[in-house]
Design a binder for this molecule. Sequence first.
Ligand SMILES: *Cc1c(COP(=O)(O)O)cnc(C)c1O
Length: 461
Amino acid sequence: MANKEIPYKIYLEESEMPKAWYNLRADMKNKPAPLLNPATGKLMSAEELSDVFCAELAKQEVDEDTAYFPIPEEILSFYKMYRPAPLVRAYCLEEKLKTPAKIYYKFEGNNTSGSHKLNSAIAQAYYAKKQGLTGVTTETGAGQWGTALSMACAYLGLDCKVYMVKVSYEQKPFRREVMRTYGASVTPSPSMETEVGRRILEKHPGTGGSLGCAISEAVEVATNTPGYRYVLGSVLNQVMLHQSIIGLEAKAAMDKYGIKPDVIIGCAGGGSNLGGLIAPFMGEKLRGEADYRFIAVEPASCPSLTRGAFAYDYCDTGMVCPLAKMYTLGSNYIPAPNHAGGLRYHGMSPILSQLRADGLLEAISVPQTEVFAAAEYFARAEGTLPAPESSHAIKAAMDEAIRCRETGEEKTILFGLTGTGYFDMYAYEKFHDGKMTDYIPSDEEIQKALSYLPDMSKYDL
Ligand SMILES: *Cc1c(COP(=O)(O)O)cnc(C)c1O
């Protein structure tokens, strides 16, 4: 099929939309390592996990055999309000780059929360409601997850308490107000409201906080409040499952036109959008049906996949959550506050970590100023204002397209454009004013943070 016959945007008909989420673990030979109880070092069962998470989500968390989970009718109806997300052929960017490569991106920033996070927020809120809970707690870093969860909770009539990383709380007042508009309560973290918050503030007075701190606070409040559970916007297997909707739609749209990507690129914070985007393609690769290259792109200031250790670690700074085996910089690692976007989490999805360890997923890191330069180039070419997180994937996709210009290869590139940049104008301002810097941690800093990994030999396993 000739290039130009492919529309600028490929939409799916309602009847073509995925009706089930795909669980990549079912096709993985080496399964991701299970979550462990930090007190005993023993495997966490779904039952134990359901003290913190909703029961149905705890089941999804530990299920590594069921390949497809039907999407409940109520969630399908909610998805119809903002899905399908368009698959865009980046004709204008290709032309501007003078590349023979064909570039596609899946745009998840078209809903009010502004990112892909709504895909899992509605699922998690739905299962909480179905269980008869009254509310949920969570953390939010840059604010997208908190916004998405507030929208989902407002829709279903659930209370929502959000612990927002303090630097973001101060830098992004509009995010905060969007959450409050949807009825959520928003507290800057670390706060004096929780035991763990007080402990962290005592140790690090004046800290701008981190996702790890905010998670500890949200978990503490959820476990101490009757009728509440904790929900998390990334990293977990259940989130990866819900986000498979991104990849399933992208693949259905590409299949419709007989397009097969050679390389699939996504930004990686906790790994949920990338895990969701690659899921059905990686499934084909694991089953030996097709081959693709997969590239995770992370910020040079928080390089878990490229410079971290593959080890069991705490998921949060307060060390109350289960232990996960993942690429990590250590739960004490707090990225430099000059890092503008999300993607600040110290660890990475256990699923993506295992794929990386098995050589199935490549990973690169990119410095912040280059990311913003790519974001601006993209905005001027394609019109869409990208989120800084998404722009990590843009940067890598553009580099790949430029290599194609040099070699003459007509590769097909697919990348995830996870969100809109409207809430990140302070970061763009810094970039335009020449005040943006690149902070790259030294080996010593990383080694120091890694020295706090849990000593697994203390458990009698
Ligand atoms: C949260 C977020 C990310 C990173 O999270 P993942 O779990 O790695 O996908 C990327 N882009 C946007 C716009 C986000 O909101």
